[in-house]
Design a protein around this ligand. Sequence first.
Ligand code: HEC
Ligand code: HEC
Ligand code: HEC
Ligand code: HEC
Ligand code: HEC
Length: 268
Amino acid sequence: MDNLPNIPSPLPPLAAASKPRRRRWQLYLLVGFFALIMLGSLSFVVASALEEHDTFCISCHTAPEITYYNRAYYALDHPTEAIPDLSTVHYHAAQAANAEPFKCIDCHRGDSSLPHRITTVALGAYDALIYLAGRDDPTIEKQRTKTGWLANASCATCHSEALLKLDGINNHFHTYLPQAQEALLRGGSLTIGAGLQQALAESGNPPPTSLEIIEVQLFCSDCHQAHKAQPLNADKFFMDETLRNTACVACHLVAKVGPQDVRELSGQ
Ligand code: HEC
Ligand code: HEC
Ligand code: HEC
Ligand code: HEC
Ligand code: HEC
């Protein structure tokens, strides 16, 4: 009886104890893993929902970019006054058409594909960090921002008609763009404008059935500045003449045809 406590612990119970411990370990890992996924998806869902509200954007984008918000909502309350910028035109057009109100995110979500969705939310998270660190850039009406491509991908999803209207020189600045080809591949259809229709009728040539593309990287906002105030430019589709001409020439230089210098375009 005395020597009983000296008996070394039997092996089997030890082995039995270690097994559940390891299983618990795996269970914790698994729970942790799914918790992370859930949290990730939850913040994705929450971020996606918040994004739909312009007030969310301006909770961080106070001075100076709150100006973009103010212009839009001022215009909605004063529909007969001159429209200051292209962004505001969109708010105005939606109101005039009795459509759903336009929102910042409508232009800032890209083409809504999954990669663009993820980029938008990831960018939001990154920007939140910059915001918390107080490192934001205080300039207004910035051009060619590092993420401008994302907003520019939005334009083409709504404006494929403008990009796919073949009309000779009258619309060549759109139809030669790579974005026109992309719009066609997304399922858009080519139309023939009045000018080209007449030229075809006179020449007897058949209408074109495909696009010729110049491989130049131009953004819509290189010509149509989204946030640059130019109220008297409403009839010119919000194009700053100098910036626009620079963009026109950028394509001509790649194509090696058409005016090769901005000076040849001024006054047009
Ligand atoms: C949590 C704060 C926060 C919210 C909310 C927020 N942003 Fe930002 N955003 C920032 C910060 C900070 C930057 C970086 C600014 C800088 O670099 O100067 C930024 C940058 C941007 C940029 C420019 C990126 C670039 O390439 O320079 C755009 C466009 C933008 N935000 C749009 C939006 C829109 C649209 C919304 C609403 C859907 C929004 N933001 C909501 C904080 C925020
Ligand atoms: C018509 C589409 C459009 C609408 C509507 C729009 N944006 Fe933009 N926004 C753009 C484009 C395009 C750029 C990129 C410009 C560039 O990089 O040249 C941009 C750039 C920005 C930037 C970064 C550059 C800068 O000037 O600071 C911020 C911030 C921004 N937008 C916020 C907003 C907010 C806030 C709203 C809503 C009140 C809004 N945007 C509505 C198209 C739009
Ligand atoms: C969600 C859809 C949508 C997005 C995104 C969008 N637009 Fe528009 N846009 C419209 C609608 C609707 C109108 C008003 C009807 C029309 O003229 O086609 C309009 C009007 C315009 C006009 C004509 C303005 C005028 O004075 O008549 C231009 C130019 C334009 N958009 C350029 C752009 C550019 C550049 C972008 C991206 C930075 C963009 N749009 C993004 C829907 C959109
Ligand atoms: C090289 C300059 C340039 C670029 C880049 C450009 N546009 Fe334009 N855009 C113009 C000009 C010039 C007009 C005016 C056409 C006119 O006077 O009828 C115009 C007019 C428009 C209009 C209004 C008239 C219409 O045809 O419906 C829309 C919408 C438009 N552009 C959308 C876009 C979109 C979307 C992109 C980007 C994929 C883009 N533009 C890129 C030069 C450009
Ligand atoms: C995406 C490319 C591209 C853009 C952007 C572009 N062009 Fe052109 N342009 C061409 C090509 C290619 C030609 C020569 C073939 C043709 O005439 O179709 C040309 C020719 C021309 C010509 C000479 C026409 C002739 O009959 O000799 C003029 C003028 C011109 N472009 C003006 C402009 C203006 C103004 C803009 C800006 C609003 C512009 N282009 C933007 C590609 C472009």
